[in-house]
Design a protein around this ligand. Structure first.
Ligand code: MG
Length: 385
């Protein structure tokens, strides 16, 4: 916490937000006790929120700001998918065993008494799966249409994860499909939960296509940011179709981070992510509920802030580059209107533009998309509804 405050030292509003959020966060999380012990004494609902706080600290705060009737559905949705992801990420499960687990997870997760033990590369994830009956019972308290959405999205995601457990991300099309399965489907599912909560909360045509883009923009940002970590845990999601245009092997980037070709690869990946921005802005401009708006807008703004930091930055290729937590806290508390969203996207685009000096690898392609995005932000022509 101290280091986090220090990083925001010259930004008093971020310090204020950090402290405010810290107070809020501690009010929401019942205890610092291990989840395993909490599982023994908490009721189903309290366990679900405690688990959410453990497996995703920042997300749990944004969820807490949602209206009560919607909050439970989003919390369960997150936990069911986290449980599925725990199976996907556990590299100690042999493939022939893992594939049916992923494909059938949606059925098992909707059965009374289902649980798994000893799965997961993190204690909290393992505890979540061991106590899955609590999540199941919470799921059963939701509206039938919300339950159906959660189970259907889990089915489709499990199928996609199994598909990509067998093959690699090679083409850009593969990359978009993988991101669709693990993140685009979350956007589609959340949108359905919003509509189930209030049919007037989102005013958009072709909701699925642009909800998918919302997920893709976030997922691609994470995949770019996590290059180094993923490289050394032996799984990479950067499509060969992109990196092979610049380098012969993906680990060249880590070995020669300042090399022009390495930075061209990184910048190419960022340009690929930026193309989802028009859909994201269109989605956000169609959200009619203030709380849902904040819930959906904050991660998008974090993503553009992150991308602007990652652009042409060799540090991404050798370690972890993150956006200040203070900024995240500020956004979570103070983002209210679409104008705030425009402001942060304009800022992110300006920052990338500033870095795009003559001689920057992949300069022209970046320039082209920045021009398009600036024009879009000027005309706001995505406002179809
Ligand atoms: Mg995963």
């Amino acid at each position: 916490m101290l280091l986090t405050l220090y990083k925001s030292a010259l930004r008093p509003i971020e310090i204020k937000a950090l402290l405010k959020l810290k107070i809020k966060g501690s009010a929401y999380s019942p205890s610092k006790e291990p989840l395993e012990e909490l599982a023994l004494k908490l009721n189903d609902r309290d366990f679900c929120y405690a688990a959410l706080g453990k497996v995703s600290r920042s997300f749990s705060v944004v969820i807490q700001q949602l209206p009560p009737a919607l909050k439970d559905a989003v919390c369960v949705f997150y936990l069911v998918l986290r449980a599925l992801d725990t199976v996907e990420d556990d590299m100690s499960i042999p493939l022939e065993q893992k594939l049916p687990m992923l494909v059938d997870f949606y059925k098992a997760s909707n059965e009374e008494g289902f649980s798994l033990s000893g799965i997961g590369d993190h204690d909290d994830y393992t505890t979540l799966l061991e106590n899955y009956p609590k999540v199941y019972r919470m799921l059963k308290t939701l509206k039938p249409e919300s339950q159906d959405t959660i189970i259907e999205i889990t089915r489709r995601m499990g199928w996609g994860m199994a598909d990509f457990a067998k093959r690699e991300v090679v083409t850009i099309e593969d990359f978009d499909f993988y991101c669709h399965y693990v993140a685009g489907l979350v956007g589609i599912g959340l949108t359905r939960l919003f509509v189930a909560y209030n049919p007037n909360s989102i005013d958009l045509e072709n909701k699925n296509g642009i909800a998918n883009s919302m997920g893709l923009f976030l997922q691609k940002t994470n995949i770019i940011r996590d290059y180094h970590e993923d490289l050394y845990s032996d799984r990479t999601f950067w499509p060969k179709e992109i990196w092979n245009e610049h380098v012969d092997a993906l680990d060249h980037l880590a070995k020669a981070p300042k090399d022009e070709k390495s930075l061209a690869t990184l910048n190419h990946m960022i340009v690929d992510a930026l193309q989802h921005i028009p859909d994201c802005l269109q989605y956000l401009s169609g959200v009619r509920d203030e709380k849902i708006f904040r819930f959906t807008a904050v991660p998008q703004i974090m993503a553009i802030a992150t991308l602007s930091k990652l652009y042409n930055n060799p540090e991404v290729l050798t370690g972890v580059v993150k956006v200040r937590k203070g900024l995240a806290a500020k956004l979570m508390l103070y983002i209210i209107t679409m104008n705030d969203v425009y402001k942060y996207f304009e800022k992110g685009i300006r920052q990338i533009e500033k870095k795009n000096k003559p001689g920057t690898p992949y300069l022209q392609e970046t320039d082209k998309i920045l021009k398009e995005l600036k024009e879009l932000l000027r005309t706001k022509s995505f406002r179809s509804s």
